[in-house]
Design a protein around this ligand. Sequence first.
Ligand code: ZN
Length: 221
Amino acid sequence: MLTVNHDGASVESDLAGGRLACPGCRGRLRPWGWARERLVRHGTGAGLSLVRHRPRRGRCTGCAATHVLLGVELAARRADTAAVIAAAVEAKTATGAGHRRIAARLGRPASTVRGWLRAFAASAGPIAEVFTALAHRDGADAAGLWPAPAPTPAGRALAAVAAYAGVLAYRFSVATLAWQTAGLTASGPWFFSASGWVGREQHELALTPAPGDGKGGESAG
Ligand SMILES: [Zn+2]
């Protein structure tokens, strides 16, 4: 599974043009049908809606593995958009609110929100390490955007990803880039899963071309 642009037309064109790289061997992915449909909760409050997503699938011309191409607004094995998960993580780190209060505000089950917060807290160490390194690698000319100190591991992780989002926004001259978009683009669909960070080392991501370089094909939504 890999994270791609949220714009389906651009994914089609990238697939057809062989511009998406296999996460396993960096070979070229070609169109290979569709993954199963999934229902995803978008938005909060009056804007809450259930949306059908059927991600594209690609097959590697090198190793023949197939990969689900998940739009950057979605996270692997999550029934809610990345924006809603990010809002919960922000609320936790900014205010220290409990998962029940955050869940009530977002209109999601408490157990679901507790799962998001636990996963982010459990992977806070590697996230902070990896994204601090990325921010330094790509943001040498943007020192003001480097991670700000934060009191908790989850806060430091969020600050590091936000700093990297700032570096990307600065580099590609866009006004803002949501931190979860930077997180998913750089580390893939398992960004919000603790299992996705087990054993992850800094050098692994450091070898990946920066989004937008036109080498990796993992475009910055
Ligand atoms: Zn491959």
